[in-house]
Design a protein around this ligand. Structure first.
Ligand code: GAL
Length: 668
């Protein structure tokens, strides 16, 4: 568990570097990430390379016993390159060219840009090969940030046609598979197929789905080229990439396959303001532990269990609607939460607030004059705490027995056709993730093709494109005694985004019921179901189930659905498959999840207060308090506290060796 920092030596006078780097080491920092966006300094004009300055910075880092993480600079092609090759610029859906003057202005499918990227990456790699202080690389920066994954230029048109030709058995196959008889959308050849550019109303869902797949694949390929160059040059380096919160345009599992581990950039008070739903005052100070935690879990599990936070929020940030100041201690709390969730390194963005360019309203650990800012003190504390905690830790992982299935195609399908305005895939996934985490349960978030044999329970929110293979695997999992919970809008579409004959499609046998009708609800609707003798509210989406062949465990109580089945539980072999035909509000989600975990034999804690979560790593349990209230925490008499004690201050953390199921928390 290490602390790192992002440093941009090129933003500061050379004379200040030695002092800045010495101060980093003093703060307990172990990794310094550098070189991001610096192409115009690496190569001020074509063919003139100036890398000495970066090497001096790496040497300074080395002299202070730290390691460098270097970045490829391809998120910011310099002006001379753009002027030489304007075709590398990305194009929006309406044909607008994304001009030079910011960042991420390139197209992933430009052959010219691929060549230029490879050239600069090779140069950098050759220069730093064998340098002891370079631990590894970050490729590019936040692929797809600012909505830049999908480009609609002519290079993309050509690449899309090639991609389609490889997947379809001729144009008739494509027309039939997509269903192009609808609105006269048939093609006579692949050369006629364009990117889905500006249209009067919605695009064909099959074409969009393939474009989303193609665009994600294009980024994966772009990234792979850089990974190969770096690895071929020095195979001792790790290669990673910094992903973003609930970022859906690129399949992180595909991207992760080429990386040693995944990283992501965590800005809790910013992300919570962009997430679905209302933001509470406490969340404006510390974010939402479930939103942040879900990201930790996705990126932890997307490339072999390790992950880094390459950018950790250091204080107030410039890009959310409201640039709130984090609560006192929150910057240390986030480092603890990430580490407890499995992060190897938490690296703060950035060392010093910049006094030029687009991010002057973004804090650093130090102010623009070099004096320590609020985040600095938290980062120092986090570094000390984590070092201290390494001793009592063993090498066990989070011991999750529950797998939550997560899939980018399901997300794309629901973005393409939400069918009801509030139906948001991430929000639905969070409903279940949060319900599990409110009970202290460790959860692994896995792709739908993951091996599930280590788990006792599987939750599959909205398995929209569930196919025969997944249906068989879930059926077999239940047959062997596992508990499966599948939710609304599962098994709806085939791989070409076309409706299945009956829903939930291939899952119907395992579920033992089918969907008879469905409807979406406005915010002010108050639909309810009866479950376990009580009425519970649900929201957004409801299905009426034909459940003659299985057990109904909840009935609709309101609207035209009243009296029909809302939730079923089908006995399959030694286990069960539960189908939840509504989107539960929190109380219902809690009741469902606790009953489900009970069936799976998984112990839970009493419902934790909102904003308080337990995370387990290395045989220790972190009590993370994301609220402005102090907490009282009870643990068994035999348990020890390794950090703090049973009174946890606002926005603070305490660490015990008690099992999460034996911990109880009250707000004081
Ligand atoms: C990230 C990005 C950084 C910086 C930061 C500001 O998205 O990777 O370069 O812009 O946001 O919060």
């Amino acid at each position: 568990m290490n602390i790192g920092v992002c440093y941009f030596p090129e933003h500061w006078p050379r004379e200040s570097w030695a002092e800045q780097v010495a101060q980093m080491a003093e703060a307990g920092i172990e990794y310094v990430r550098m070189g991001e966006f610096a192409w115009s300094r690496y190569e001020p004009e074509r063919g003139t390379y100036e890398l000495d300055w970066l090497e001096s910075a790496v040497d300074l880092v080395d002299e202070h016993g730290m390691q460098a993480v270097l970045c490829t600079p391809t998120a910011t092609p310099p002006k001379w390159l753009v002027d030489e090759h304007p075709s590398i610029l990305r194009q929006e859906r309406d044909g607008t060219t994304v001009e030079f003057g910011s960042r991420r202005h390139y197209c992933f499918n430009s052959a010219v840009y691929r060549r230029e990227s490879a050239r600069i990456v090779e140069r950098l790699a050759e220069r730093f090969a064998g340098h002891d202080a370079v631990a590894g690389w970050q490729t590019d920066n936040e692929y797809g940030c600012h909505g830049t994954t999908r480009c609609y230029c002519d290079d993309c048109a050509t690449a899309f046609r090639t991609w389609l030709r490889e997947r379809y058995d001729g144009i008739d196959d494509l027309n039939d598979s997509w269903g192009n008889a609808f609105w006269s959308q048939e093609y006579t050849g692949f050369a006629e197929i364009d990117p889905p550019r500006h249209t009067a109303t919605g695009h064909h869902p099959a074409r969009l789905l393939d474009y989303y797949r193609f665009s994600s694949d294009s980024v994966v390929e772009f990234n792979r080229e850089q990974c190969e160059i770096l690895r071929e040059t020095d195979d001792s380096w790790f290669v990673t990439h910094n992903e973003m919160s609930l970022f859906g345009a690129i399949d992180a599992y595909d991207l992760g396959a080429d990386l040693d581990f995944m990283s992501w950039d965590s800005y809790p008070t910013g992300h919570v303001q962009h997430a679905p739903g209302e933001t509470t005052p406490d969340q404006l100070r510390a974010g939402d532990p479930d939103l942040t935690g879900l990201n930790h879990a996705i990126f932890r599990d997307s490339a072999d269990g390790d992950f880094w936070i390459l950018e950790q929020q250091p204080g107030g940030v410039n890009w959310p609607p409201h640039p709130t100041q984090p609560g006192d201690g929150a910057m240390a709390l986030w480092a603890h939460h990430a580490s407890a969730s499995g992060a190897d390194t938490v690296s703060y963005f950035r060392w010093q607030r910049c006094d030029m360019g687009q991010e002057q309203y973004h804090a650093g650990l130090r102010n623009q004059d070099g004096s320590p800012d609020r985040g600095y003190h938290d980062a120092v504390r986090a570094a000390e705490d984590l070092e201290r905690l390494a001793e009592p830790m063993d090498d066990s992982d989070n011991e999750a027995r529950v797998a939550l299935l997560h899939d980018y195609e399901n997300l794309w399908g629901l973005q393409i056709e939400p069918a009801s305005v509030d139906f948001d895939y991430w929000d639905h996934l969070l409903t279940y993730y949060a319900a599990l985490r409110r009970h202290g349960v460790a959860v692994d978030v896995l792709p739908t093709d993951a091996d599930l044999s280590e788990y006792d329970a599987v939750v599959g929110p909205t398995l929209y494109f569930a196919d025969e293979d997944l249906a068989e695997r879930l059926d077999a999992f239940a047959r062997d005694g596992g508990e499966v919970l599948v939710t609304v809008r599962s098994g709806v579409k085939n791989e070409h985004n076309r409706l299945r004959p009956a829903l939930p499609g291939p899952l119907s046998d395992a579920v033992g019921a089918t969907v008879e009708q469905y409807e979406g609800f406005r915010d002010d609707a108050e639909p309810e179901i009866a479950y376990s003798g009580e009425s519970y509210a649900f929201r957004t989406w409801g299905e009426w189930l034909d459940a003659d062949a299985t057990e109904t465990v909840a009935l609709h109580e309101t609207g035209p659905a009243a009296g029909t089945s809302a939730i079923t539980r089908n006995a399959v072999g030694e286990g069960h498959v539960t189908y939840v035909g509504v989107w539960p509000e929190d109380d219902l989600a809690d009741a469902l999840v606790t009953d489900f975990l009970d069936d799976a034999g998984i112990a839970v804690t009493d419902r934790l207060p909102d904003g308080v979560r337990l995370s387990r790593r290395g045989g220790l349990t972190w009590v993370c308090n994301f609220t402005s209230d102090p907490l009282g925490v009870d643990t068994p008499a035999t348990a020890a506290w390794h950090l703090g004690d049973g009174t946890v201050d606002p926005f603070d953390v305490a660490v015990t060796d008690a099992d999460p199921a034996a911990v109880s928390v009250v707000v004081k």
